[in-house]
Design a protein around this ligand. Structure first.
Ligand code: AMP
Length: 151
């Protein structure tokens, strides 16, 4: 819950808002697209992080990227799903945050991205900051401020 006494919501470290790595669905760079599509479909997420076997963050894979990669001129080439690997089609330019970054930085990035990956100083994946978590906290803050106003 946001501390109204300090009032410094935007200055808070994002560390307390992230979903930790062990609760985040991911795929590995060497997985084929068939596996990635299975994970995306089963979890219901449109995009998830791509990690290597040491848990270093490499990018994001999404259903639109996979569909684009197997789109032929006249048909969807489903057979490619088995042969292409995540590393070939992932977005490796996704922005990242560190746990010590202020929430203000995360908020700005969340305007254009539904979630942002958090990494340590060596690039190891630590978790994600999602719009849902931030909006939930902001909603709680707005309600607290409203109640305070009515006192
Ligand atoms: P939300 O704000 O909860 O709707 O999450 C936004 C996006 O973050 C989702 O569409 C997913 O791409 C990603 N996401 C959220 N939670 C997880 C999770 N536990 N594992 C993997 N990706 C997630």
């Amino acid at each position: 819950m946001i501390d109204l006494q300090t009032g410094d919501f935007l200055g808070k470290d994002i560390g307390s808002f992230i979903i930790p790595s062990e609760r985040v669905a991911h795929v590995q760079i060497g997985n084929n697209l068939e596996h990635a599509l299975l994970v995306l479909t089963r979890t219901g997420y449109t995009a998830i992080p791509v990690l290597d076997p040491t848990y270093k963050f490499h990018g994001l894979i999404s259903s639109p990227l996979i569909l684009d990669a197997i789109m032929g001129l006249e048909r969807i080439e489903f057979e490619k799903l088995e042969h292409l690997v995540v590393e070939d089609v992932m977005n490796s330019n996704a922005p990242t945050l560190t746990m010590a970054d202020p929430l203000e930085k995360g908020l700005k990035l969340l305007i254009n991205h539904p979630f942002i990956c958090t990494v340590d100083e060596e690039g190891y994946f630590e978790g994600i900051l999602t719009r849902r978590v931030v909006l939930k906290q902001m909603n709680a803050l707005v309600h607290q401020l409203k109640l305070k106003e009515m006192d």
